[in-house]
Design a protein. Structure first.
Lengths: 392, 425
């Protein structure tokens, strides 16, 4: 088909891991049972995190050598990407994987805290701190460290472990990276630039270096878990370890290989409010609702001050049932939007909205949504949305 | 009547070009020095180099008097390149660029001087990581949150230039700059926008960055004569030189450019990519991914190897890359045709600008077409018999160049090739 002609985009595979479990079935069981969020406020006290369920990485990353070359966030992502390929029925299908287009939303980093603090303590007392830093870094950093930290190496590892090689792009930039990974993958298929794609992201919340970055500006949820829309002021970000990947596919391509859709992705938007203007975030979210006419909203609200209050204001007036992803699995930054789209797809496929979390005044309503609006308002910048619809 | 390419898509042209490198600020300076065969590589003065295996780089030292964090320098470099490109294109108005931003930016993390300040602010000795975390939460360092977000450089550029929508920050390692251009081309072809700002920037030469590449044995250790250390395709090449810079292009549909009477600087005819799943830092020994990448770019452009007049090589000066690039080129072009196509590496003069390289080298490729002059591969004094390429050794050459292929191959297996031409076909 000529490029630029818009066509449907199906979600034909879902991989998801979080504090609630591994895979779509485990997630649906927990969601539909109204399982309370699994949180840990002790390990990184005073910060609240949603710890990842235990994974046996060998199941998707069989070579120990590959696992050793990755930091945890890359392992989570590579594992979850494998689940998505399994779910779509294209794992190990070299012909399809060789032309599967990948877009990953990624962070990076992951420091060795012991090495960092040991070096810092020596630097603090050194007469020649510059020279000492050079010598210590040369001797103390693992040679493969930078590969384990590089943002684009999650995608690189997915290529190596699973053989996805059609194309490989990595977007950075926190929540927006996840929104744009899904948006660009979607747009290329809708416009005929691609037939099948793997999009998603991963986040390891159980990292002091990431807590440090967000603690700098007081963004983290502390002391105990609170629902993200509770209170007049947003309660802070309850970060959550997670991985979420989707296989997106044109209906023609899916039908030809006998695959069936889980749900349809009807649109993805990535916008930018002027956050210094009062009401700007609320206006963006209200606009997403107005233009998509959803019958439910699955919010990717972060819990961050300055962002979640505006979203809450808009969703209060939406007049449809609302649920928040962070109230179940926490907030996974780059992975949050892909995870929210995955859970929305599951919900329309199962045909019933999962129960509300008590204590969150915005989580109301029930029903059997056919059109779910997924929001992805970044904790600092960027307002994203996607519309997920039931097929048939 | 809309102007479309051989595949029926909108033709994408370039109407603005901006460049900053260790050779200087702006196209004019860079072009003059690149075609004079000058090197921008020098001894590092930004930080102490005692104990380093590699003590040279192509740092950009003329923008700040004092040390700044890498994202500050990356942002400044990108700003200068984007200002030049937008200025040349004459599009939009100040603070209102009528299209999206695709920004190739280096991965960001808090650096040692900041960590040291956190440690100094903590009362405990010896300091533990949780003390740093408590120090961070003191509220004394709030601006660092934004500065060390992965999205912060693109974010501020979007504010400054008033690009539309949320900017995309991206990384495909050494192919990043080319990926930024590819994303812009695709968005225009989809009809999502008429104009896009694509750029690559890298200001991340700091001690740990240098040491990490040293630990991967990727850098040259030919420290004695910095300007002679980058030797792409020469037998005595021994690694790349880390460098800084930025390149920016204003991309536009041909129809849009014609309608506003813009001067057309070149055509982005084709983009190709293919990921390598062989190894994290090494190319597949059969060269299949880089061969596929170049073939995909030419197929996307609707041209064949015979239509290419010049190859703007990735040419990093590492033993492995340059050999594999030759293997790929030989397979794509055939030995005989390849022997007749000049193929030079800008990295011999400006070093490897990493995240920015694909964008800077696309800019230089367009200048090569426009000026009918091919920048040389300098420091080519010991030919490698295993790489019989016409590398335009040491001295620039006048030649009619109608079409260029520019290669970018990254760590992590992400490869992108761009095909550019001078005039709409």
């Amino acid at each position: 088909m000529p490029e630029g002609t818009k066509r449907d985009v199906w979600i034909t595979g879902i991989g998801i891991v979080s504090s609630l479990g591994e895979g779509p079935d485990a997630h649906w069981q927990a969601l539909s049972a109204g399982t309370p969020p699994v949180t840990d406020a002790e390990r990184f006290a005073p910060y609240v995190v949603h710890p990842l369920v235990k994974l046996v990485y060998d199941a998707q990353i069989p070579k120990k050598g590959d696992q050793r070359q990755m930091e945890t966030w890359q392992r989570i992502g590579t594992y979850t990407a494998g689940l998505a390929l399994d779910s779509a029925g294209i794992a190990k299908n070299a012909e399809i994987l060789g032309r599967t287009d990948m877009v990953v939303g990624a962070g990076g980093g992951e420091r060795d805290h012991q090495v960092d603090t040991a070096i810092l303590n020596d630097v603090l007392t050194s007469n020649e701190p510059g020279k000492l830093l050079n010598e210590r870094l040369l001797s103390d950093l693992r040679p493969t460290l930078s590969l384990a930290q590089l943002s684009n190496l999650l995608a690189g590892n997915i290529s190596i472990v699973h053989g996805v090689t059609g194309s490989s792009r990595t977007f950075m930039g926190e929540e927006s990276a996840g929104v744009d990974a899904v948006r660009v993958g979607y747009s290329r298929i809708a416009a005929g630039q691609s037939e099948i794609g793997l999009v998603g992201g991963a986040y390891n919340a159980e990292r002091e270096d990431m807590l440090l970055l967000y603690a700098l500006n007081d963004f983290c949820m502390t002391d105990e878990f609170r629902p993200v829309f509770s209170g007049a002021e947003a309660p802070g970000i309850p970060s959550g370890s997670m991985g979420a990947f989707l296989v997106l596919e044109s209906p023609e391509h899916a039908t030809a290989r006998g695959a069936t859709p889980i749900a349809k992705l009807t649109g993805v938007w990535s916008e930018r409010a002027r956050r210094d203007e009062p009401g700007a975030v609320a206006a963006k979210v209200a606009d997403f609702v107005a233009r998509t006419h959803p019958d439910a909203v699955l919010s990717g609200a972060t819990g961050a001050h300055g962002a979640t209050e505006g979203e809450a204001e808009a969703l209060k007036g939406a007049g449809v049932p609302v649920r928040a992803v962070a109230n179940r699995i926490g907030h996974g930054f780059e992975a949050q939007f892909p995870a929210a789209v995955a859970l929305a797809a599951l919900t329309v496929a199962k045909g019933e909205l999962f129960p509300a979390l008590s204590g969150d005044p915005l989580e109301t309503g029930t029903g059997a949504p056919q059109r779910i609006l997924v929001t992805g308002v970044g904790h600092w910048r960027g307002e994203g949305a996607g519309l997920v619809e039931k097929v048939g | 009547m809309a102007h479309t390419d051989k595949h029926g898509r909108p033709i994408v042209v370039v109407t603005g070009i901006g460049v900053v490198s260790s050779l200087g600020q702006g196209k004019e300076d860079n072009w003059r020095r690149l075609t004079a065969g000058e090197s921008g590589i020098h001894r590092i003065t930004r930080f102490p180099i005692e104990g380093m295996r590699t003590t040279i780089a192509g740092t950009v030292d003329f923008l700040f008097d004092e040390r700044v964090a890498a994202p500050d320098l990356s942002e400044r470099l990108a700003t200068l390149a984007a200002e030049e490109a937008i200025g040349q294109s004459g599009i939009g108005s100040k603070g209102n660029f009528p299209g999206p931003l695709f920004a190739a930016v280096p991965p960001v993390e808090m650096e040692w001087p900041e960590k040291r300040k956190l440690a100094e602010n903590a009362p405990e000795r010896p300091v533990e990581y949780r003390d740093l975390l408590a120090s961070a939460a003191s509220g004394k360092f709030r601006p660092w949150h934004e500065r060390f977000l992965f999205g912060s450089v693109a974010d501020r550029l979007a504010d400054k230039f008033g690009t539309q929508g949320q900017p995309i920050s991206l990384s495909t390692a050494c192919a990043s700059g080319a990926t930024a251009i590819q994303l812009g081309v695709e968005a225009i072809r989809r009809g999502e926008c008429e104009v896009a700002l694509s750029l690559g920037t890298d200001g991340s030469v700091h001690p740990e960055a240098l040491i990490r590449f040293s630990l991967l044995s990727a850098l040259t250790t030919a420290n004695d004569k910095p300007e002679e250390a980058a030797r792409p395709f020469a037998k005595n090449r021994d690694g790349f030189v880390m460098a800084e810079g930025a390149g920016a292009l204003v991309l536009e549909s041909l129809d849009h450019a014609l309608a506003r009477g813009a001067r057309i600087l070149g055509v982005l005819e084709g983009c190709g990519e293919m990921a390598d799943n062989f190894h994290r830092t090494r190319s597949s020994p059969d060269g299949k991914p880089i061969i596929g990448c170049m073939n995909n770019a030419m197929a996307d452009a609707g041209v064949t190897p015979g239509d290419i007049d010049y190859i703007n090589a990735h040419g990093t000066s590492t033993p492995e890359n340059d050999r594999m690039e030759y293997v790929g080129l030989k397979a794509v072009f055939g030995e005989e045709v390849l022997a007749g196509i000049p193929c030079s590496s800008n990295k011999s003069m400006i070093g490897h600008t990493l995240t920015a390289a694909g964008a800077i080298e696309a800019a230089v490729s367009l200048l090569t077409i426009a000026n009918g002059r091919i920048p040389p591969t300098i420091n080519y004094h010991v030919p490698d018999p295993a790489i019989p390429l016409d590398v335009v050794p040491n001295v620039a050459r006048d030649a009619q160049v109608r079409r260029v292929i520019s290669n970018s191959f990254g760590f992590g297996g992400q490869n992108v090739s761009l095909v550019m031409a001078g005039e709409p076909a």
